[in-house]
Design a protein around this ligand. Structure first.
Ligand SMILES: Nc1nc2c(ncn2[C@@H]2O[C@H](COP(=O)(O)OP(=O)(O)OP(=O)(O)O)[C@@H](O)[C@H]2O)c(=O)[nH]1
Length: 426
């Protein structure tokens, strides 16, 4: 069967969710596809690759089993990933590639690496690429991104403050889980044998709100019908990047009806700034049934930039979310408003575009109580007239807050780099 490009499935999922088990199942299930495998492991010894070799027809000496160890393919090994795949495609004939990423990998950068290659990405070209000019997209096409979710650990992951080191970066487990859920085409809810029906239904409800686009499939011991994860043609970078539930909710806010298991989402909007101390206290004591929150907010005393909020389980991250249009030099501001006439509708005479928009997703949330708590954290009429700079402010400050450049877009992919975990309670 002659193909122009080799389709690729990427398996993500937190540590121990069952990625290797799924992979072994795929390799052992009779399919007419000749599958090559790339396994990424953080350690020096690629344990997962050993287990794939042990449990399938692919041997470790086989060129169709590629190991990338000692790092993560979503960060420091991105260039190595491109090289390894290009070399693999040159050396061997096969129909399909499955990549098992480490439990700490973020799926978006892996997908970007595979779809953009060296030419369009910020990666330094490797010697192999300089020499051959061969790009990974010449051979491959990302077909399906799959996230394996551990049903047994699901709620505990959100309740814990555990984090893992990925190289020099500390990654919070709740955050990783949410990122992996929010960026994928298929969600495998694995380890269903360990969880009762009620809990499974509750998790499924949450998954569907966090990621409305993905197909959700229950599995036990990674047993999945290959047709659901191989050659589905489901992947689309643009769609996948825009598919997170919180993003859709921000675009088209609606009060979601309570489902059977109480999972809901809503958008909180306000045109008053938060009082830094009261808002910090509120975040400190946020009920644990708020599982996810995302958006930007206006903090009194921060006239230049919007701050971004990223809550996943117990992890709260604050990052710069872009410069207020109102804080741009007059000429730029006017040019921007001219290009975006819809801004006129929300423009406030005094404060311009400053305001707050947050999506909250959770189980059995009391929307009215949360809205009222959030309202109470905004400035009172009296405080509106006070000196905002005098308020106690525990929120992080960011480089360039005085003269932030080119951040008119509410783009948290770049600002995630500057994200700070706020140790509000500590
Ligand atoms: N009870 C039960 N155990 C499972 C299931 N799926 C996997 N396991 C077990 O869970 C453990 C972790 O599974 P792996 O497949 O290694 O998970 P992984 O995601 O590859 O783990 P890392 O590579 O360490 O991130 C193994 O002991 C599996 O046998 C399941 O559906 N039910």
């Amino acid at each position: 069967m002659a193909r122009e490009t080799i389709p690729v499935t990427v398996l993500s999922g937190t540590l121990g969710a069952g990625k290797t088990t799924v992979l072994n199942n795929l390799l052992n299930t009779r399919t007419e596809l000749d599958i090559a495998v790339l396994v990424n492991d953080m350690g020096e010894v690629n344990v997962d690759a050993d287990r794939v070799a042990e449990h399938s027809d692919i041997s470790e000496d086989d060129e169709e089993l590629v190991e990338l160890s000692n790092g993560c393919i979503c960060c420091e090994l991105r260039g190595d990933l491109l090289d390894a795949l290009a070399k693999l495609a040159q050396a061997r004939d096969f129909d399909y590639l499955v990549i098992e990423s480490t439990g700490v990998a973020e799926p978006l950068p892996v997908a970007q690496t595979l779809t953009m290659g060296f030419d369009q990405s910020d990666l330094d070209p490797t010697a192999f690429y300089e020499e051959t000019g061969i790009e990974v997209m010449d051979y491959y096409e990302l077909d399906t991104t799959v996230t394996v979710v551990d049903a047994h650990q699901f709620w505990t992951t959100f309740d814990s403050k555990e984090s893992l080191m990925d190289g020099d970066t500390e990654k919070d487990l709740g955050n990783l889980l949410v990122e992996q859920i929010e960026f994928c085409d298929v969600l495998l809810l694995n380890k269903c044998d360990l969880v009762d029906e009620e809990t499974l239904a509750e998790i499924e409800e949450m998954l569907a709100v966090l990621q409305p686009r993905a197909e959700i499939v229950r599995t036990e011991h990674g047993n999945v019908d290959p047709e659901l994860v191989l050659d589905t043609g489901r992947f689309d970078l643009e769609e996948a990047s825009q598919s997170a539930g919180w993003l859709q909710e921000l675009r088209e806010p609606h009060e979601s009806a309570e489902e059977e298991h109480g999972v809901t989402s809503f958008v909180y909007s306000s045109r008053r700034p938060f009082h830094p101390e009261r808002f910090a206290e509120l975040l400190d004591s946020l009920p644990t049934n708020v599982v996810r929150s995302k958006g930007h907010f206006w903090l009194a005393g921060r006239a230049e930039i919007a701050l971004g909020l990223n809550i996943a389980g117990q992890s709260i991250r604050i990052m710069p979310a872009g410069r207020w249009i109102a804080a741009l030099p007059p000429e730029e501001r006017e040019a921007y408003i001219e290009e975006n006439p819809e801004l006129a509708e929300v423009w406030d005479k005094t404060w311009g575009d400053r305001g707050t928009q947050l999506v909250l997703i959770g189980t059995e949330m009391d929307h009215d109580a949360l809205r009222s708590d959030l309202d109470d954290a905004t400035l009172t009429d009296e405080e509106m007239d006070a000196d905002w700079a005098a308020f106690e402010d525990r929120f992080p400050t960011f480089g360039g807050e005085e003269n932030a450049e080119d951040t008119t877009e509410q783009n948290d992919q770049t600002s995630e780099d500057q994200a700070e975990e706020i140790g509000l309670s500590g």
